[in-house]
Design a protein around this ligand. Structure first.
Ligand SMILES: Nc1nc2c(c(=O)[nH]1)N[C@H]1C(S)=C(S)[C@@H](COP(=O)(O)OP(=O)(O)OC[C@H]3O[C@@H](n4cnc5c(=O)[nH]c(N)nc54)[C@H](O)[C@@H]3O)O[C@H]1N2
Ligand SMILES: Nc1nc2c(c(=O)[nH]1)N[C@H]1C(S)=C(S)[C@@H](COP(=O)(O)OP(=O)(O)OC[C@H]3O[C@@H](n4cnc5c(=O)[nH]c(N)nc54)[C@H](O)[C@@H]3O)O[C@H]1N2
Ligand code: SF4
Ligand SMILES: [Mo]
Length: 744
């Protein structure tokens, strides 16, 4: 007899509800949960790949240790002991900063990892904290911190009520939420906007898969978006359409905006971006005149040279047209567990210390991941000798991954907390794998901050793991306990750390934290048995989630700034404008270079980097392809469906080429987190579908100077036909498959 288990798919921020049909410990199917409060049955193909992760023979179930280049299984007890003593030894000898940590994106999707982020930082006491955020959304966090007072006070496009949606550098048809908890098939929300008479626009150097769901698509030269946004804001002011609306008395810096951008000329902006001045003016007028409007951009804007400026200017456009904190504009969720008000430490900070080698400022206790390799490879006081890598694969994910791999090999000790022996963990000395995706409970402690409605949902574990089987929470907690104990300078301190750590581990479970968080959150029942409200029990009784409300207005009360004002013109952002002007509008012609094309990134429809070991997701046509415009291809005598060489100042790769006019001339595009060609991994399916790693050609030295975010869009490259042009498959360049098509 089969049963159905309801839970949230934890693969991305979209947070879809899934219905898992199972019998015994076998999964029979994974479908969308039609009763899920958020997603109403919508899912994407990736969710079905979770079944493969569950059964994957390559997924590690026990700790392994590298001994003379061979991986051997060891007991959990020995593994924890060794990790603890090796890390403690390094810190005792070389200081706290000699051990670093890298937390990848799966941290944010994992209850156990999330609960341990703060303890990890406190107990390891190191300034060398790196995460995937600095190759992703750091510019958003930076701007929210300086404008709204909290790095996680996320502005959420209120798609369900908007009349005008201007998107830049994002592809929701493929990526869905992309930092919005929407439920899958976000394109239906775009269709709904148009159906009710609204308008949807896309600005992107690639006419991506979302373009067919838009009224207009405009190509833009990579990394010039900040100029376009300035053009839009200028026009709004020039036409007398600027209005603060309800927030009039709660904004500072309004008067600084117009003067700050006055020197940027609209014709020059048009020339630099490739979007005509008449179009810029028209879009600005339409945007400001619409009943409600949203300007929103994602990784195309955050992972480029002006990530900080782009994210700030988008918010400025929303504010000066009266669309901040308004239905149909940008809104703010109110989460059931209010982690961000409780933990003062996560609000954000800036520049309290700097990276040792190139002096990059810290933001929110993190240093840019682009400096991790140099911090490991440069000798001197404070050099990184040990690394805790959690739920991330920086060898493929960060710029110049190969350099990072060289650096990882120089470490004295590295532990990976990861279920796979992959491109990064192969450099570790010990790998500690947590239980599988259905063997632990789930609550989106982090991604509820991107909620498009106010709601809450808890998913219990479905299966019991093979004994002993530890969750990420237990693994990280035990590693910390071991390090603290072994670092202790005298027996009394050791005993105290040992007992307290043990007591905390046994009594403070994730479920207890969740229950308290829910009870004392904004919708909680507290400890009053007669009061209606949220508790963990209530969520357990509602496996499809509990709907609380649509998003409500929440400013100015909800602001985290000390003066309770929205800071429209933070000095730090204003001060970056000259860099933008110098880069694009200096009047000097660009120097000719052999790297005469610009490469940009994209996500692919069916996959997510670390899911490439799921056969059902990677089989069929090759998706790791380079897209190039026909004119650029013919000039280089490139033939469709052959392998080409793409090189940059960093290195070169070979990749299958698809010639397509979806690309802006002068720009090429390829997906990231491929390139499963490194020896010594245990990824049998991924190795058979390797692709190439885009980050073998990106440059760790180039970053958004303001926020430290890595630049993986707009990287100069050269593309050449390979000498022995191998022929690839013959599938079309556009991947417009829907879940229905895929499953059929
Ligand atoms: N299927 C799938 N979905 C995913 C993921 C996945 O791996 N696979 N990953 C998830 C994660 S972690 C994230 S962060 C999100 C990312 O979500 P998105 O930001 O939607 O991701 P992309 O598909 O990379 O879309 C970025 C777009 O920016 C464009 N672009 C590049 N450079 C520029 C530029 O300079 N200016 C402009 N205007 N556009 C530019 C690219 O052509 C591309 O179309 O997706 C999430 N969803
Ligand atoms: N060129 C280029 N580079 C990019 C991007 C781009 O657009 N272009 N995008 C960037 C973006 S948006 C992101 S988010 C990053 C992603 O960068 P990373 O987070 O570093 O890369 P992932 O491949 O997602 O790594 C996830 C890791 O988590 C592990 N994992 C899976 N489940 C669990 C679990 O339950 N517990 C633990 N402990 N581990 C688990 C997987 O095995 C894998 O090793 O890449 C960035 N890099
Ligand atoms: S969009 Fe796909 S991967 Fe993301 S949560 Fe939904 S089903 Fe999972
Ligand atoms: Mo991401």
């Amino acid at each position: 007899m089969s049963n159905t288990h309801f839970r949230t798919c934890h693969l991305c921020e979209t947070m879809c509800g899934i219905a898992v049909e199972y019998e015994g410990d076998q999964i029979l199917s994974i479908k969308g949960d039609v009763y899920d409060v958020l997603s109403r049955g919508n899912i994407c193909p990736k969710a079905t790949g979770l079944q493969d992760v569950h059964t994957d023979p390559d997924r590690l179930r026990k700790p392994i240790k590298k001994i003379n280049g061979e991986w051997l299984e060891i007991s959990w007890k020995d593994a924890f002991q060794e990790v603890g003593s090796r890390l403690a030894e390094i810190q005792r000898r070389d200081g706290m900063n000699a051990v670093a940590s890298y937390e990848g994106r799966s941290t944010a999707h994992n209850l156990g990892c999330l609960l341990m982020v703060d303890p990890l930082r406190r107990f390891m006491g190191t300034e060398n904290i790196y995460t995937a955020s600095t190759v992703d959304q750091q510019p958003h966090n930076f701007v929210w911190y300086f404008m709204l007072g909290h790095q996680f006070m996320a502005t959420i496009p209120n798609l369900d009520r908007t009349d005008y949606y201007l998107m830049l550098g994002t592809n929701p048809k493929v990526t869905n939420g992309a930092q919005m908890a929407t439920g899958a098939n976000t394109y239906k929300k775009l269709q709904a906007i148009r159906k009710r008479g609204g308008k949807v626009l896309l600005i992107d150097p690639r006419r991506n898969e979302t373009a067919p769901y838009c009224d207009e698509h405009h190509f833009i030269k990579p990394a010039t978006d900040a100029l376009l946004l300035i053009g839009l804001i200028k026009t709004v002011f020039a036409k007398g359409l600027a209005t603060p609306g309800r927030l009039k008395n709660h904004i500072t810096g309004w008067e600084k905006i117009e003067p700050a951008i006055s020197e940027f000329d609209l014709e020059e902006i048009a020339n630099a971006t490739g979007i005509g001045a008449a179009d810029i003016e028209r879009i600005a007028i339409e945007f400001a005149s619409a009943k409600s409007a949203i300007c929103y951009g994602r990784t195309g804007l955050s992972m480029q040279e002006f990530g900080g400026l782009c994210n700030w200017l988008m918010q400025v456009l929303n504010v000066v047209t009266g669309n901040m904190d308004e239905p149909g504009g940008m809104m703010f969720p109110k989460t059931a567990i209010d982690t961000f008000s409780v933990l003062e430490s996560v609000k954000g900070n800036y520049g309290r210390y700097h990276s040792r080698v190139s002096g990059r400022p810290e933001f929110a206790d993190e240093l840019p991941v682009s400096v991790l390799a140099e911090e490991i490879m440069t000798p001197g006081k404070g050099q990184i000798k040990g690394l805790i890598a959690i739920a991330g694969n920086p060898a493929l994910a960060m710029p110049n991954g190969k350099l990072l791999e060289e650096a990882l090999d120089q470490l004295e000790f590295m532990v990976s907390i990861d279920p796979y022996l992959n491109e990064t963990s192969r450099h570790a000395d010990i790998i500690l794998p947590a239980v599988g995706p259905f063997e632990k409970s789930h609550y989106d402690l982090f991604y509820h901050t991107y909620d498009t409605i106010n709601w809450a949902k808890y998913s219990p574990a479905l299966f019991k793991p093979e004994a002993p089987g530890y969750t990420d929470y237990e693994i990280i907690a035990e590693v910390l306990r071991q390090v603290v104990v072994k670092r202790a300078s005298n027996p009394l301190k050791k005993l105290f750390a040992q007992s307290l750590g043990w007591l905390l581990l046994k009594t403070i479970t994730p479920e207890l934290i969740l229950d308290l968080g829910l009870r004392f959150g904004p919708y909680g029942k507290g400890l009053n048995p007669f009061k209606e409200g949220l508790s963990l029990k209530k969520l357990k009784e509602n496996p499809h989630g509990v709907f609380i409300s649509k998003l409500q207005r929440s400013l100015p009360e909800g602001l985290f700034t000390k003066d309770k004002k929205l800071h429209l013109a933070p000095e730090i952002l204003l001060s970056d404008l000259p860099r933008l002007k110098q880069r694009w509008l200096s009047g000097e012609p660009e120097k000719p270079s052999e790297f005469d094309l610009l490469i940009v990134s994209r996500n692919t429809n069916r996959t997510l980097g670390w899911m490439h070991n799921s056969l059902r997701l990677v089989k069929g046509k090759e998706t790791c392809t380079l897209l190039i415009h026909p004119d650029d291809a013919s000039r280089r005598k490139i033939i469709d469906n052959t392998y080409v060489t793409v090189s940059s100042v960093t290195g070169s790769i070979e990749v299958l080429v698809k010639i397509s006019d979806v690309m802006m001339p002068g720009v090429v595009s390829m997906p990231h987190l491929w390139g499963h060609t490194r020896p010594g991994t245990r990824l049998s399916v991924a190795n058979a579908h390797p692709g190439a790693s885009m980050n073998d050609i990106t440059n760790e030295k180039v970053m958004d100077e303001l926020t430290g975010n890595a630049v993986v869009n707009g990287v100069p490259v050269k593309v050449e036909a390979s000498k022995d042009a191998r022929v690839g498959d013959t599938t079309p360049a556009h991947e417009n498959e829907t879940i229905e098509e895929f499953i059929a």
